[in-house]
Design a binder for this molecule. Structure first.
Ligand code: NCD
Length: 325
């Protein structure tokens, strides 16, 4: 096994937890992106060189618990893989079969897990603020894997890494977040991260899902996708979050797809080097047509690859943080 000399966590990183991007500086975001890029290169090398078994065991002996109270494919799997590739032991906690159903409180449950010498809790919960609450009540490190419609920091970081890889920069680019802004934690984290790095952000969707009040965050709002097609470098196509909506925000999914779905006709009117990304899961035929999702402008699967590297970077940096850094 190849063991690299990775030295210390980069100077300037002082966070024990990853709760969100709202208060994160451009410098901190860049430290994560740069570290993720290093991990990604090693992992890619492992795919083609027999000598490397795709493990970078910087965190062997440490334990990570995945505490997911909402469904997940990409985020949970890639946090597990990231932790394993760093040599950690990983436990996937099943909320539905736990003693939470016997009346134990959330904090008691996590304190019991922590008493088994757990170092990191990766948490996803429908309630905004859950990761922050945990970070104030346990000794270990907390990484937010999505708290309600509030934040999803690692998703935004992997989106931004994918954009940076493709364009070599983020500052000055115009990124449109299209779809269900109102209920999307991915949108919030992207807005804060992209604005910190100097990108222009346009929010696009029906007025029932995109309020003009968002302009206070330094973004533009457009209710017409067709009107912005030729101005945008990156379209981030967000899923309609039916599970968080109290009332249907548009008459029919057919109408939504007609007005806001990305298809070949719209792509033909976009910039020639336009990038299409989506956090997934994608609903083919709703926010994006299959030919666009699988086409040459799409980096949707690159995002997934980058997700493992981003999660490795954030795990390593939060666990190894030095107070004097
Ligand atoms: C996002 C999420 O869960 O917030 N997905 C993800 O983490 N890959 C977006 C979504 O569910 O639409």
């Amino acid at each position: 096994m190849e063991v690299c000399d990775w030295g210390d966590v980069p100077v300037g990183w002082r966070r024990r937890h990853l709760l969100g991007l709202e208060d994160m500086s451009a410098g901190e975001i860049e430290l994560i992106l740069d570290q993720a890029e290093r991990f990604r290169l090693i992992l890619m090398r492992g795919a083609s060189y027999e000598s490397c078994n795709r493990k970078i065991p910087l965190l062997s002996g440490k334990t990570c618990v995945n505490l997911f109270f909402e469904n997940s494919t990409r985020t949970k799997t890639s946090f597990s893989l990231a932790a394993r590739r760093l040599g950690m032991d990983v436990v996937d906690f099943s909320a539905s079969t736990s003693s939470l159903s016997k009346g134990e409180t959330f904090i008691d449950t996590v304190k019991n897990l922590e008493a088994m010498q757990v170092d990191v809790i990766v948490v996803r919960h429908s309630c905004p603020g859950t990761a922050m609450l945990l970070s104030e009540n346990i000794r270990g490190h907390v990484l937010n894997a999505g708290d309600g419609a509030h934040e999803h920091p690692t998703q935004a970081l992997l989106d931004i890494l994918t954009i940076r890889q493709r364009f070599g920069k983020v500052a000055g680019l115009t990124v449109a977040l299209v779809g269900d802004i109102a209920h999307s934690r991915t949108a919030r984290s992207n807005i804060w991260g992209l604005r910190a790095l100097g990108a222009n952000v346009i929010l696009c969707g029906p007025s029932t899902l995109v309020s003009r009040q968002w302009e206070a965050l330094g973004v533009k709002v457009s209710y017409s996708l067709d009107a912005i097609l030729d101005q945008v470098d990156v379209f981030n196509l967000l899923r309609i979050q039916f599970e968080r909506q109290v009332i249907r925000p548009f008459p029919s999914t057919r109408e939504y797809a007609h007005l806001y779905g990305m298809d070949a006709a719209r792509l033909a009117k976009a910039k020639t080097d336009v990038l299409i990304i989506a956090p997934g899961p994608i609903n083919r035929g709703l926010e994006v047509t299959p030919d666009v999702a699988d086409g040459q402008h799409s980096a949707i699967l690159d995002q997934v690859t980058n997700g493992v590297a981003i999660r490795m970077a954030t795990l390593w940096m939060c666990i190894n943080v030095k107070p004097e850094n």
